[in-house]
Design a protein around this ligand. Structure first.
Ligand SMILES: Cc1cc2nc3c(=O)[nH]c(=O)nc-3n(C[C@H](O)[C@H](O)[C@H](O)COP(=O)(O)O)c2cc1C
Length: 335
């Protein structure tokens, strides 16, 4: 029996399949997004982009923030701490065709925190709110604006207050969706994601009368069954597939099958894996050129190899890949 799930609405965007491709630094580039889309993801988000990078990078390098043909709607996620620079960056992202802007107040990387960006802003609600206000004004309703938050900076009650302060202000300023990763910044990736908190955020917004503000849940979605369980049981409007989708785009197809009441498809055969590895490499090569594609694909291949019965050996061979010849040799040997 199919499961009745409403479309995910993010302002003017209606996304019929509520499992989206999460923002993933080092991964959710154009090739990964295209592959996820092939398996059913209808909405994808770029890797987090630094505002200063966007405003300073030449047109030639704009392939790093690029919307491909046939990959819309696609959101761009940005990070920064100077509203002026962030607004200029947002202008460029709209120009190149992104359909939504997502502000990152979640990144736990040390260097990011030490520069007052990403997750650091969860401890500086006034700065975060100032950014949302300026960016929202700069976008002027042309495309939707969303934010990405972690549960808080840490587990203190002050952090919790800051979270809801930012959320309240964001909603008042017209933000139409919030992705919530149920871990604190301090926690990084340790422990379990707190889905009780994610549910609480949705209930809080409903209590405020903001049923139109979407909540997208994130954390520990490593298989289709768990993603569907979270979708049904936490009241969220959507789920963001992150680590669970790296080297495993089939997760989107599996989620779709469950939602449509069909049997879970068999895991991809070696042949099917090979086809997608080839396609992924080709997309990366088209975008980056051969040498960078090989480096880029090594990171994905480590994950793809998990589906292979000879995982340790396949992985070891992929790690040594330096160019397309090496890549093809690994495929010939193992696939
Ligand atoms: C390698 C890696 C890169 C990430 N990059 C981003 C990013 O650029 N922007 C973002 O909002 N979250 C980023 N995240 C967080 C994920 O989007 C997600 O919220 C988190 O991994 C929890 O989901 P999961 O447990 O299902 O992986 C990243 C996570 C990982 C592991």
């Amino acid at each position: 029996m199919s499961i009745d799930i409403s479309p995910l609405r993010l302002g003017s965007l209606t996304i019929n399949f509520p499992a989206i491709q999460a923002a993933l630094s080092g991964y959710s580039d154009l090739p990964m997004r295209m592959i996820s889309r092939k398996f059913g993801a209808e909405f994808t988000i770029s890797e987090v982009l630094l505002d200063q990078f966007i405003v300073s990078v030449s047109r030639r390098k704009s392939r790093f923030y690029f919307v491909g043909e046939g990959e819309r709607p696609c959101g761009a996620q940005i990070m920064g701490n100077d509203p002026e620079v962030m607004c200029r960056a947002v202008g460029r992202l709209i120009e190149v065709g992104f359909d939504l802007i997502d502000l990152n107040f979640a990144c736990p990387v040390k260097k990011v925190l030490s520069r007052g960006r990403g997750g650091w802003l969860l401890s500086e609600p006034e700065v975060a709110i100032g950014i949302i206000e300026r960016v929202s004004r700069a976008i002027g309703g042309v495309i939707p604006l969303t934010i990405k938050l972690r549960k808080g900076f840490d587990e203190t009650s002050r952090s919790r207050e800051n979270f809801f302060k930012i959320l309240d202000a964001a909603v008042n300023l017209g933000v139409c969706g919030v992705t919530v990763h149920g871990r604190t910044v301090k926690q990084r990736y340790e422990g379990e994601s707190d889905w009780v908190f994610v549910r609480e955020v949705k209930e809080y917004l409903l209590g405020r009368g903001d049923s139109g503000v979407a909540v997208i849940g994130s954390g520990d979605l490593f298989d289709a069954e768990t993603a569907v369980f979270r979708l049904r049981n936490s009241g969220v409007d959507g789920v963001a597939l992150a680590r669970g989708a790296i080297g495993n785009p089939w997760i989107f197809r599996n989620i779709k099958s469950i939602l449509e009441g069909r049997e879970l498809p068999n895991p991809p055969t070696i042949e099917e894996q090979k086809e997608i590895l080839n396609l992924h490499f080709e997309l990366a090569e088209n975008l980056y050129g051969e040498s960078r594609a090989a480096t880029n694909m090594r990171a994905f291949a480590v994950y793809y190899s998990k589906l292979h019965p000879n995982m340790p050996q396949v992985r070891a061979d992929f790690i040594k890949v330096k160019n397309s010849t090496d890549w093809n040799n690994v495929l010939k040997k193992w696939y």
